[in-house]
Design a protein around this ligand. Structure first.
Ligand code: SF4
Ligand code: SF4
Length: 310
């Protein structure tokens, strides 16, 4: 069992105990964490506290009555303290504390990851009826789920999240950004004659692949979405226009007007103007002018109908 999965097994162990657990977590290197409050369950991790994944710590807070991180005996106390981010502290409130000084008290058993005891009640199927944490496969989803189970989305307003706040003034709905996005956070949709570029901050990882590849450099990151926005699953429409269909690939384009009346998407226009080229279509706007339409390839503008969206 890997180190990560052993900590995840601790989440399941806590969630299935008959009574609420007050957890006390210590580093693998701690010389002797036995003295302390007997109402707390001491668990020695198999790594440093600073190596605790945010999603796992959040889940431990969700399933425990209280979690205490002990910095005494930790070889990287600053790193361990940094595990408790502003958002995590806001989510957990007084259910998560960090303790720097060694506690006093009587000696207790210290549990070790990978060898957690199974109580007789649990063996007889009389353990807690509290649901075992249902883990979505994506780390982002686990964090969203944990934060929402500890408080409403507006608790996290103003706290910057790893999600981009995008604008797309002048979007031609070519779909390059949507195809580049590794998190499927962008989508070109066509509904009732209207084409839209929609963004889901809840999925966005702020990786920059979309803004780097937008051919017209019209997709611009103006900052980060806050955690309240990330917890809201509603998509945001970045651009909208009357829908047309690219006559070459059948994909969506903005309709109406245009000097030639042709409806050809950016990608097909690029391919038509570079029939033997091996270069990938990409941004060509001058540096420092991210919203400027590139002048490098005028044929692109001739073939693409922007439908007044710009
Ligand atoms: S023009 Fe830019 S923002 Fe619009 S769909 Fe294409 S890549 Fe995305
Ligand atoms: S920043 Fe990355 S994850 Fe977010 S929409 Fe763009 S490509 Fe997708």
């Amino acid at each position: 069992m890997s180190a990560g999965s052993r900590v995840e097994a601790l989440v399941t162990w806590v969630a299935t105990q008959p009574d609420p657990v007050r957890l006390e977590l210590v580093c693998a290197e701690h010389p002797d964490p036995r003295a302390g409050d007997r109402d707390q369950t001491v668990v020695r991790l198999d790594t440093c506290l600073s190596g605790l994944a945010w999603a796992v710590l959040l889940e431990l807070v969700v399933v425990s009555a209280h979690v205490e991180l002990r910095l005494d005996g930790c070889t990287d106390p600053d790193g361990a303290r940094a595990v408790v981010t502003e958002v995590l502290a806001a989510a957990a409130g007084d259910r998560l504390t960090v303790r720097a000084d060694p506690p006093r008290g009587r000696r207790r058993d210290v549990l070790v990851l990978g060898a957690l005891p199974v109580s007789r009640r649990v063996l007889l199927g009389l353990g807690s009826t509290r649901a075992v944490v249902d883990r979505p496969p994506l780390e982002r989803e686990r964090v969203r789920q944990g934060l929402l189970s500890l408080g409403p989305a507006d608790r996290y307003a103003g706290m910057a999240a790893p999600s981009a706040d995008l604008t797309a003034e002048g979007c031609t709905f070519c779909g390059v950004c949507a195809r580049a996005c590794p998190a499927e956070a962008l989508q070109v949709t066509v509904l009732a004659g209207e084409v839209k570029l929609v963004h889901r901050p809840s999925s966005c990882l702020d990786c920059g692949a979309c803004t780097d590849l937008c051919p017209g450099q019209v997709l611009v990151r103006r900052g980060a979405v806050d955690w309240a926005g990330v917890l809201d699953p509603a998509p945001v429409a970045l651009a909208a226009g009357r829908a047309g269909v690219c006559r070459r690939c059948g994909g969506a384009v903005a309709a109406a007007g245009g000097p030639t009346g042709e409806l050809v998407c950016d990608v097909c226009a690029y391919r038509r103007s570079h029939p033997f080229g091996s270069r990938v279509m990409g941004p060509s706007a001058p540096a420092g002018r991210p919203n400027a339409r590139p002048a490098a390839d005028p044929r692109l503008d001739r073939y693409v109908d922007h439908g007044g969206v710009r």
